[in-house]
Design a protein around this ligand. Structure first.
Ligand SMILES: Nc1nc2c(c(=O)[nH]1)N[C@H]1C(S)=C(S)[C@@H](COP(=O)(O)O)O[C@H]1N2
Ligand SMILES: [Mo]
Length: 310
């Protein structure tokens, strides 16, 4: 448990959002918080308003019950139902490839050097829905700089854990994806200050269905780039394979930047449904270029044909 809950408040009055605000106040004044079972301690500096949206966060209930995590099945409620079987402690992470200082770390040692921040990000799934999620994490750039990339490193490749005994979607006949789930970023995308590794959300340790204990968050790209339950981060020379591109190359490219002007071959990407907002009859909202982060990231793609490099 990251944060102590307020005392003396009737539970009927604790909506996810008010509980969150209370925890957030606590976080602001907090000097230390504990990650996963009292093992690691890390200072949470603050909510990083420079990189946070002012939009209302999606209720915690929706963030933790409407998920994509195919290792636990293809349905939106499968991860919440099945991810409890994943053991996240102990957890090892390797950072290797084209770096001067490769390493294998226990999660606690891996996280220890970094100051945790809250980042409230808009997230957009390629399926046409979106959420606003208050993540807790730290810039991926700090991890990459620490291992000292060689000049030949041009991309970063990520891998999710393979644990068929604990991950129901990795057993059985219906194998929608090849395991491990893999993703990748160009090095400059990985070093961008918006790109974080998350270890929590809503001021708490990351729920397993959201990718515990460590997941990537890249808010200007479709959700599938934000790979969950990471065990390996590798600096490489060539553009790495990515799971959804391999599964359906015509539908999912390497870049996967949120782009309302480039439709998915089977549906429009012009609008989105904000999860938690007024059910089926809520108005869809227009999708923004780079998911609303154009000012920060458009320069990364200057001169690129974003219809070809989708
Ligand atoms: N390992 C792994 N990571 C994954 C996925 C997955 O199936 N496996 N699904 C992706 C997709 S499609 C989305 S939209 C986001 C959803 O993240 P959330 O459930 O925390 O909102 O996780 C991404 N990361
Ligand atoms: Mo997604």
């Amino acid at each position: 448990m990251l944060i102590r809950k307020g005392k003396g408040v009737p539970s009927s009055e604790i909506t996810p959002y008010t509980a969150y605000l209370r925890r957030r106040e606590f976080l602001m004044g907090a000097t230390a918080l504990t990650i996963s079972g009292g093992v690691a301690e890390a200072g949470l500096q603050s909510s990083n308003s420079a990189y946070s949206t002012q939009e209302t966060p999606t209720p915690l209930k929706d963030v933790t019950t409407y998920n994509n995590f195919y290792e636990f099945g293809p349905g939106k409620s499968d991860p919440a139902a099945n991810a409890g079987a994943l053991t996240t402690n102990p957890w090892r992470v390797s950072v290797d490839g084209l770096v001067a200082k490769p390493g294998q770390f226990n999660l606690e040692d891996f996280i220890k050097p970094y100051a945790l921040e809250e980042r409230i990000y808009r997230m957009r799934c390629v399926e046409g829905w979106s959420m606003v999620i208050p993540w807790v994490g730290f810039p991926l750039a700090e991890v990459i700089e620490r291992v000292e990339p060689l000049g030949s490193a041009k991309y970063v490749a990520f891998e999710t854990v393979v644990r068929p005994k604990e991950m129901s979607g990795q057993r059985g006949l219906l194998q929608l994806l090849d395991w491990p789930y893999v993703e990748g970023l160009r090095l400059d995308e990985a070093l961008h200050p918006l790109t974080i590794l998350a270890v929590g959300l809503y001021g708490e340790v990351l729920p397993k269905q959201n990718g515990a204990p460590l997941r990537l968050v890249v808010p200007w790209k479709y959700g599938f780039k934000s790979i969950k339950s990471i065990v390996r981060i590798r600096l490489v020379e060539n553009q790495p394979r990515t799971s959804w591109n391999q599964q359906a190359p015509r539908e999912y490219g390497f870049y996967s930047n949120v782009n309302p002007a480039v439709d998915h071959p089977r549906w429009s990407q012009a609008t989105e449904r904000r999860i938690g907002e007024g059910g089926l009859f809520a108005r869809r909202r227009p999708t923004l270029m780079f998911n609303g982060y154009a000012e920060e990231v458009a320069s990364l793609y200057a001169g690129m044909d974003l219809e070809k490099l989708f």
